[in-house]
Ligand binder design. Structure first.
Ligand SMILES: C[S@@+](CC[C@H](N)C(=O)[O-])C[C@H]1O[C@@H](n2cnc3c(N)ncnc32)[C@H](O)[C@@H]1O
Length: 335
């Protein structure tokens, strides 16, 4: 029935009324009918509105989903930065102010993409994320480059970490490094080189092979540097460290060692600040041993501080007694 039509039973009842006692006033009946018609029209208007609202709600479903996602991400970032700033905040703030970027270019050469299985590409992606984070909080951040960026790595970054397009202080290029840098500036870092790096020349561009290969492609970066006729060098690991395993390090460890050296100007300290225990790195002399103890102690202090802050951020004072114990432990270790 359209909203402009009268329902049949309504008309019939009015006609009966007129016929019944004959006292009915036609104007009155007309008014009543008009009123009822308006009610019907009003009802259908409401229904129409309701329908429209429902439709809008449906149409905006994706928008709402996206907004919720953005809100979640924002909250996560806020929590993260809160944690970072409260984690020994004054110290970090002092570091921030003292940041002096290095002119040294540090390149991760991503041209080995087709030699890796997806699971290793994912590992490389994590290592790159780590390099990025470490460089952002370094006292002397390097000029960070990812070159030959593409293939599986780029796909994986797009899938799992879309935010990479907004990364700051990094040059992400699809070109090969030889198209971006002068040949004489390039030094390929490779554990197979007979040359040992003594100092870092901040006018140079050091290249790290973006490869997670479990040593399946032994010597590949050394060969490549030779083919391209560019300089190469290994880190001076052998001078300071006795290793359980081979001297082949992961991309992020090499990256972090360079950052640590720029800060400390001391290879020994740089190695023991960065290298994980499971690499079996052992000191070659007593000074190094002392450095290691210092590092282990500071790692423990940092670890306890991190846990405390994490609990504080997540449990809002519900774990006061735990925080107290943790702080107590931290002071014991630090003392
Ligand atoms: C996991 S390794 C890749 C090993 C690969 N088979 C190769 O031949 O380079 C990742 C990269 O870290 C750098 N690297 C690892 N250990 C190093 C060392 N002891 N000295 C200098 N660079 C090193 C190299 O650039 C290397 O390509």
């Amino acid at each position: 029935m359209s909203s402009g039509m009268l329902p049949e039973n309504l008309v019939a009842s009015k006609v009966t009324d007129i016929k019944g006692d004959g006292k009915c006033n036609l104007d009155q009946i007309g008014n009543e009918l008009l009123e009822k018609m308006e009610n019907i029209e009003a009802m259908s208007k409401r229904q129409r509105k309701k329908l429209m609202k429902q439709k809008q709600w449906e149409e905006q479903r994706n928008l709402r989903k996206q907004k919720r996602k953005e809100k979640r991400l924002k909250r996560k970032q806020e929590r993260q930065s809160q944690l970072e700033s409260s984690n020994d905040g004054s110290f970090r703030k002092r570091l921030r102010r003292d940041v002096v970027p290095s002119t040294l270019r540090l390149i991760i050469d991503c041209s080995f993409d087709n030699l890796m299985e997806l699971k290793d590409v994912k590992k490389l992606h994590k290592q790159i994320q780590r390099c990025y984070a470490e460089n952002r909080k370094a006292l002397h951040p390097v000029q960070f480059y990812l070159t030959s960026h593409g293939g599986q790595l780029k796909d994986n970054m797009n899938e799992t970490d879309k935010g990479w397009v907004n990364w700051k202080d990094i040059h992400i290029k699809s070109e090969h490094y030889s198209e971006l840098m002068k040949k004489e500036d390039l030094v390929y870092l490779t554990s197979d080189s007979p040359e040992v790096l003594n100092e870092l020349d901040e006018s140079k561009a050091y290249v790290i092979g973006g490869l997670v290969d479990h040593n399946h492609h032994k010597g590949i970066t050394y060969k490549r540097a030779q083919e391209e006729g560019i300089s190469h060098a290994q880190l001076p690991l052998g001078i300071f460290v006795k290793m359980n395993s081979r001297k082949v390090l992961a991309v992020n460890h090499v990256f972090e060692i360079i950052l640590a050296f720029l800060e400390k100007r001391d290879w020994e300290e740089a190695f023991f600040t960065v290298l994980p225990q499971r690499k079996g790195a052992k000191p070659l002399n007593e000074t190094t041993e002392a450095t290691m103890c210092k590092r282990q102690k500071s790692e423990m202090v940092q670890g306890v501080a991190d846990v405390t802050e994490l609990l504080r951020a997540n449990f809002h004072g519900q774990l006061n007694h735990f925080s107290y114990l943790a702080m107590h432990f931290k002071n014991e270790v630090a003392g």
